[in-house]
Design a binder for this molecule. Sequence first.
Ligand code: FAQ
Length: 318
Amino acid sequence: MEKLHDLQEIFQARIDADEKIEPKDWMPDAYRKTLIRQIAQHAHSEIVGMLPEGNWISRAPSLRRKVALLAKVQDEAGHGLYLYSAAETLGVDRETLIDELHTGKAKYSSIFNYPTLSWADIGAIGWLVDGAAIMNQVMLTRTSYGPYARAMVRICKEESFHQRQGYEILLTLCRGSEAQKAMAQDALNRWWWPSLMMFGPSDKDSQHTEQSMRWRIKRKTNDEIRQQFVDATVPQAEFLGITIPDPDLQWNESRGHYDFGPINWDEFWQVVNGNGPCNRERIRARVKAHEEGAWVREAALAYAEKRKARNAAATKVA
Ligand code: FAQ
């Protein structure tokens, strides 16, 4: 018992000294569990996040837009792969994680349960959703678990390209005809509040924040990053010339931040618990893709087995 207590003290001292924790290091079970939960949720979000945008690849308005969107969607698949790999270093296997997604046991970001109704939505996702993801993920490049922190560095660089391609789509629409500007405004109206929800419940209702901050898995609270996002995004909306759909939004001189209106937490929990506009459709699409890709996994595994056998035979001969 005493030994466990010592290990925990040493572990916390390493965290407090900003050392990275690596896969073979001792770590408390709850730290491991929290990381698996968060990294898996993050990986699932990247993979499910391909669906709303994938919906527009064949309808992109020009070849240039199509190439950029294709590259972005492929990047999200790559992010999912780095993150599943980071989760695997904690002793969980990928099949289990994917199974938990497909059976509704695992969560993924609420934002991907909203539909993409117009081309402007692709701009809004890049600008707002990738913008929100970056705010959160820049903090995670300094998270205490080494493999997660390192995956985040590359992911952030790619997300930053995504954010710019989204903003540029909206800038083009907002400098275009009245109808194009109206499309951009409509996209902002629909994506603004769900984007603020991405940061998770407010600090007073967040179950995990306090402990995750102590372990330096999280470096900022949900409300802190949400505020940072609002402060950075309001001037960008002003530059576009479109209006954030919040009558309570105003600069607060004494706080040095924008005040904003109340978030509809009932909607958030409905979406998180499987009752958003597209939850069922998203999981159905993922399960279908997994089933249809079974032959690829089988072929890859068979090839790996064959190579292993060939290498073993060659070693024997030598
Ligand atoms: N949606 O106590 P907290 C992206 C759950 S990546 C669904 O505050 P925590 C890239 C939470 O899991 C977007 N569930 O939890 C891209 C917990 O439930 P549990 C994803 C949510 O972990 C762009 C419960 O509520 N990014 O977008 C959400 O300390 C474009 C209580 O919450 C990440 O995952 C939500 N929004 O803080 C891809 C970043 N919020 O597990 C394609 C890594 C909370 O106890 C296109 N994750 N919940 O059953 C994190 O930083 C954290 O996990 C938070 C939540 C901040 C999301």
